[in-house]
Design a protein around this ligand. Structure first.
Ligand SMILES: Cc1cc2nc3c(=O)[nH]c(=O)nc-3n(C[C@H](O)[C@H](O)[C@H](O)COP(=O)(O)O)c2cc1C
Length: 467
């Protein structure tokens, strides 16, 4: 049977997200990121294209590793200015019926109690279509604005996140029984207090004695997304994630990553296909092969090398302004995204060491992910070969310009994939968890979060493979 490909759109509440300089392109609309209409139009476009979801990235600091300051980031509009992603969601949910929303929020700086309430609220307002991309952060500039000298060390950030999630699972899964809200007009009882339980969490980082103050939402815990790829990040993903974003630049690296993620899911007592894996990817497509290549060349002429190095410096934790463009990137240790450093050191199939210049060219459009340029049929061939050879579930599509890149995908790639039986023509019914994993709406029983359930809800996840 032809394997189905799944697509997510990757965006951020800022200009030119991962394609620095492209905001200068005459057709780019990302400068309208402050208009609600821009987001509601995008959500409707993605739903027409049967995308699983819109994944909105976020950071709370500036990219100030390059040149030791955020001057270049500010000049290029490199993810600064940036708005809050959460506030976009209810408006987009209002104009769509099925599209999921993967909202990025860090575990480092916000207390889990208000965050738990915000997610429950959004899960209600979206009818169970909310996902949370759990990030531990990588920008020291964010930590400094919270009064800290630096962020925690890499692995300590994940230890902290472990407890952060424990608190959240207790609030979402273990505080309210399903039948706690009775709305009994005659007895004057809205909620039965015996069915609402304090979580009594006392840990190393958090003390949360009381109850979750929101009514349980359709999915309770939002669908958990994760994008860490270091060994510690993978372990965290295996214990928590239901959708995993990778940023592998080659098929060989992706195949290795997918096999490792599926093995770690098994080790964590979960079905290896109980998390959807999406690799970062940019698709530049048009009606003809020549049209696509001409479009790519034209888009590339707007890319900014310096903007790309601003991002790469932040992701790798290395000031690339100190290197000559022809210097190899070398064997560097990073306290930022270890996976990014490792990826580039291993990216070249011939073992050629990457130079700073290669990193700038690679990152000019679509960040760390690979690029496909071609007609709908060529792009479909390529994506299908990635899925067949790597066992990845689908792709997290970055844009060169927006909504243009997504419009091209909806017009040229998706109908081609649908003709081949490799892409859904309709959404599955139900919550985001239903649509992604074919079961739900709650966390499956073998998931870490399910162990915190109380009352009847203790076993509401259905068994079976999600493949
Ligand atoms: C495709 C992709 C998207 C990411 N999006 C974000 C983001 O929006 N915000 C953020 O703080 N980190 C983001 N990250 C970083 C990861 O969540 C993680 O913190 C980082 O990779 C460091 O962990 P690692 O060393 O385990 O990979 C992203 C990473 C990847 C590969």
């Amino acid at each position: 049977m032809t394997r189905q490909i799944r697509l997510n759109a990757f965006d951020m509440n800022c200009v030119a997200h991962q394609s620095p300089g492209l905001w200068r392109h005459p057709d780019d609309q990302s400068w309208r990121y402050k208009d609600l209409g821009y987001w509601t139009d995008l959500a409707q476009l993605l739903e027409r294209g049967r995308f699983d979801g819109l994944f909105i990235a976020d950071v709370l600091g500036t990219y100030d590793v390059y040149g030791g300051s955020d001057e270049a980031a500010i000049r290029h509009g490199a993810q600064v200015p940036v708005g809050d992603p959460i506030l976009l969601t209810s408006a987009m949910a209002h104009v769509t019926e099925h599209l999921g929303f993967g909202i990025t929020t860090g575990t480092a700086f916000e207390h889990p109690v208000p965050f738990a309430r915000r997610m429950s609220t959004l899960d209600h307002l979206t009818g169970g279509r909310i996902g949370w991309n759990v990030v531990t952060g990588y920008l020291p500039s964010a930590a400094r604005n919270f009064g800290q000298d630096d962020q925690l060390e890499h692995d300590d950030r994940y230890e902290h996140a472990d407890e952060y999630l424990e608190v959240l699972y207790k609030l979402w899964e273990g505080s309210w029984e399903d039948d706690a809200v009775v709305r009994d007009r005659e007895r004057g009882v809205f909620t039965d207090p015996a069915k609402v339980h304090p979580i009594a969490h006392h840990g190393r980082h958090f003390d949360v004695p009381g109850i979750h103050i929101s009514e349980p939402s359709p999915q309770r815990s939002p669908v958990i997304y994760q994008a860490g790829a270091s060994p510690r990040g993978r372990r965290f993903a295996a214990e928590n994630a239901e959708a995993i974003f990778t940023g592998a630049p080659t098929k060989a690296l992706l195949k290795e990553a997918v096999a490792d993620i599926r093995a770690q899911l098994s080790d964590a007592g979960r079905d290896p296909y109980s998390a959807r894996i999406y690799n970062l990817q940019t698709v530049i497509t048009d009606a003809t092969p020549e049209g696509a290549r001409a479009k790519h060349e034209e888009l590339q002429s707007y890319a900014s090398d310096e903007g790309a190095l601003v991002f790469m410096s932040g992701w790798m934790g290395i000031d690339l302004s100190r290197y000559d463009l022809d210097d190899p990137i070398g064997d560097v240790q990073s306290n930022a995204i270890q996976s990014a450093v490792a990826a580039f050191q291993q990216a070249d199939p011939d073992g050629r060491e990457w130079k700073v210049r290669d990193i700038a060219a690679w990152g000019g459009i679509g960040g760390l992910g690979p690029r496909v340029v071609g007609s709908g049929a060529e792009a479909a061939d390529e994506l299908q070969s990635w899925v067949e050879e790597t066992d990845v579930d689908g792709f997290n599509l970055a844009y060169a310009i927006t909504p243009g890149t997504f419009e091209d995908v909806v017009e040229h790639l998706i109908p081609e994939l649908q003709r081949r039986g490799a892409y859904p023509t309709e959404y599955a019914p139900g919550t985001l968890r239903h649509k992604l994993l074919g079961r739900g709406p709650r966390l499956p029983d073998e998931h870490r979060g399910a162990s915190y359930r109380v009352g009847e809800a203790r076993s509401t996840g259905a068994a079976g493979s999600a493949r």
